[in-house]
Design a protein around this ligand. Structure first.
Ligand code: GCU
Length: 352
């Protein structure tokens, strides 16, 4: 259940001190093939050992490809590490092109089994900024199964984007909702749901959803409207733990908007941005059909927002970016969500 928060001034500083630091850059970024642009290939997950949610099975033909968008921080040598499996005994060479220019044609040899994954590395001198990397099959067998592309540069510029890099991509709204939402029941409808390549976003307030497992922080005494359940459950079938797990609430489907029709589902990965910080969370609960802007106790406390279900929350602006077709696995694995969220956020910045 959600309720309108009463806002207090003066608690933010104390809460800020408790929030863990979120790394904003890393020297190495792993970009999953299943999230890249795929030409004549399918995403599958039937051979164990892949990372992310699957791998790309290239069509068995010349010319099928997977293309990633990468970001390089500073001009210099960049290594491109392709993780793949080839369960046959014949090599499946692919040309690797950056911005359309062929760099190399590694052989992608047999790995012994479709479940045995290995890497091939290609290096290139690249200018700072975004580039495309395309791996194109050159034989009638197509490419190997490709799991990911790992990009390492000298500066870490390919890592997780900062709050401002993300916000720079959500300055204007391509509205996809039929009408708008309220931030609280007493307000008028002003908040649209907006579309981007690979994501849906909105900018609203943050009310505290303390529903799910009963904890010291979230129970009938701390929260007038406590419900011992969340719309989505953990891998053991239990309601989520609002005090522990950063999760976000989406409006229940209605004629205004139905999140399920836009690649958003329970455990979908969300970047939540507030006060120059980014928190990665999952879709964990559903709320009223006319109200937007709500997240779990832990989401708030990680962002330096008072998480108290009866007195906390923030007027915002809080920006919520939902990555389409993403899924944390399992929903309660916050570290995994952060890793996946950072990769998806980098791709989002590169692709928009
Ligand atoms: C098998 C295997 C696929 C693979 C394909 C191929 O069907 O299960 O994962 O992509 O062979 O030869 O390309």
């Amino acid at each position: 259940m959600r309720k309108a928060a009463i806002f207090t001034i003066g608690t933010t500083v104390a809460a800020t001190l408790l929030a863990p630091a979120i790394p904003v850059t890393a020297a190495t970024t792993t970009l999953q093939a299943e999230n890249a642009t795929i030409f004549h290939g399918v995403v599958e997950s039937n051979h164990a050992g892949f990372t992310g949610t699957g791998f790309v099975n290239y069509n068995n033909e010349v010319g099928s490809w997977v293309q990633w968008s990468i970001n390089v921080g500073t001009s210099g040598s960049v290594s491109l590490v392709f993780r793949f499996a080839n369960g046959t005994t014949a090599s499946r060479p692919m040309t690797i092109a950056v911005d359309g220019a062929t760099l190399a044609t590694p052989s992608f040899p047999g790995t012994g089994a479709w479940t045995t994954w290995t890497t091939t590395t290609v290096s290139s001198n690249l200018a700072a900024g975004t580039h495309t990397v395309r791996a194109t099959a050159t034989t009638a067998n197509g490419g190997p199964n490709v799991d990911s592309l790992q990009v390492t540069d000298g500066t870490g510029g390919g890592g997780a984007p900062t709050a401002s890099e993300l916000l720079a991509k959500v300055t204007s709204c391509a509205q996809i909702s039929n009408g708008t939402y309220k931030t609280d029941s007493e307000n008028s409808r002003t908040i649209p749901v907006c579309d981007k390549t690979g994501a849906v976003w909105w900018r609203a307030d943050m009310d505290i959803d303390c529903d799910g497992i009963r904890t010291t922080q979230c129970n009938e005494n701390t929260d007038c409207c406590f419900l011992p359940d969340t719309a989505f459950h953990d891998s053991q079938g239990r309601p989520l733990n609002s005090a522990q797990l950063p999760y976000v609430v989406v409006p229940s489907p209605s004629s205004t908007w139905d999140y399920r029709q836009f690649g958003i589902r329970g455990a979908g990965v969300v970047a939540v941005i507030f006060n120059n910080r980014v928190e990665y969370a999952v879709v964990g609960d559903t709320g009223p059909t006319d109200i937007i802007g709500e997240a779990s106790y832990r989401t708030a406390s990680d962002l330096g927002i008072d998480p108290n279900p009866s007195t906390g929350g923030s007027d915002g602006p809080v920006t919520y970016i939902f990555f389409k077709n993403s899924q944390a696995s399992p929903i309660e694995d916050h570290n995994g969500t952060v890793t996946q969220g950072q990769q998806l956020a980098r791709q989002f910045v590169n692709n928009n």
